[in-house]
Design a protein around this ligand. Structure first.
Ligand code: CO
Ligand code: ZN
Length: 332
């Protein structure tokens, strides 16, 4: 799991540019499923056929990550940029950006109070002397990602783009674990979640699931002076009750709770006051789909050092696998 995570978080996949990460995932899973394919928006879909008489279950973890897009190059070769997804300017100065071709830049900032920092006061310095030298490496319109190594802290791990590569790891490990299932399972590694839950919308329309489950990170309330929130690292898989995009269907909450209890899987309930996941799009597909989200508790979300607990990740894998093998009586 550790090496899978490292490979995924250190690969390149800002929203709309997910082909490298999708190829990596496809290679990891194709021998364990009946079929894999990419759709036109860039989602990777892996299908595991059920034995018979089951439901169609869609699991979604987004493979894209937040990043930057170059908007302007000045005469001295400094790059100005806009955000791709929810990038906070406070997390950026001093950090590094990597472009698709491997070019690295450092984020600097203009003078002024740190509390007044906005994205347009920041720039990327790729170590060149002027505009021509910069333009030889990077063009306006190029996408970049944050550049940071993945570290194993023992109990926990920290990396950039845990959101949502750790969700992808949960699906990959589940795919390897699930043997027989009555259900047709659709594991979707979605594109463009960070810019507005786009890939989940088109893939759910095509799949027409009976049950939709997103796997994504959520915030925690367990650091000094954190906003009040019950979720904490190490307390298990977080069964989402609500966020801005979804109210988990009561039957789906009951299903997940029963399976966690029966399987001795550590779990906690999550109420997230702001934010959403792929389930926000899935549950509104066509005439509606009973949906829920299994969240991996994560500190420092949308920074270059997001942190998760290994036991929580395992609990999420166990819970997703339990859904795959269950008779889903709540949905009958
Ligand atoms: Co995110
Ligand atoms: Zn996410």
């Amino acid at each position: 799991m550790k090496e899978t995570l490292r490979t995924l978080v250190e690969s390149f996949g800002p929203s709309g540019h997910e082909s490298e990460i999708m190829d990596l995932i496809e290679d990891m899973i194709k021998e364990y499923v009946d079929d894999t394919y990419c759709d036109s928006i860039g989602n990777l879909i892996a299908v595991k056929k059920g034995t018979s008489g089951g439901k169609r279950i869609m699991f979604a973890a987004h493979a894209d990550e937040i990043g930057v897009v170059v908007t302007h190059i000045d005469d001295n070769g400094f790059l100005r940029f806009a955000s791709v997804g929810g990038l906070s300017p406070f997390t950026l100065p001093g950090n590094r950006v990597r472009f698709a071709d491997g070019t690295i830049g450092v984020i600097g900032r203009e003078k002024g109070d740190f509390k007044d920092i906005t994205l347009d006061k920041l720039f990327i310095d790729i170590g060149v002397a002027d505009k021509d030298e910069a333009a030889a490496a990077v063009q306006v319109g190029d996408f970049g990602i944050m550049h940071q190594e993945c570290i194993d802290l023992g109990r926990r791990m920290t990396a950039k783009s845990m959101d949502d590569r750790i969700g992808c790891v949960v699906l990959i490990e589940t795919i390897k674990k699930v043997q027989d299932t009555p259900h047709d399972l659709f594991f979707v590694f979605t594109a463009q979640e960070e810019v507005g839950i786009r890939g989940a919308r088109t893939s759910a329309f095509a799949i027409e699931p009976d049950l939709g489950i997103a796997i994504d990170v959520t915030l925690t309330g367990d650091t000094p002076e954190a906003p009040r929130m019950e979720v904490s690292l190490g307390s298990g898989a977080a069964i989402k009750i609500k966020d801005s995009s979804l109210i988990t269907h009561p039957k789906v909450k009951a299903l997940m709770t029963r399976l966690a209890e029966a399987g001795d899987i550590a779990y906690q309930y999550e109420v997230l006051e702001r934010g959403g996941t792929d389930a926000g799009a899935i549950h509104l597909s066509r005439t509606g789909v009973p949906s829920g989200t299994i969240s991996i508790p994560c500190r420092y979300v949308h920074s270059v050092s997001e942190m998760v607990d290994k036991n929580d990740v395992q609990a999420c894998i166990d819970l997703v696998a339990a859904i795959c093998g269950d008779d889903l009586k709540e949905l009958q």
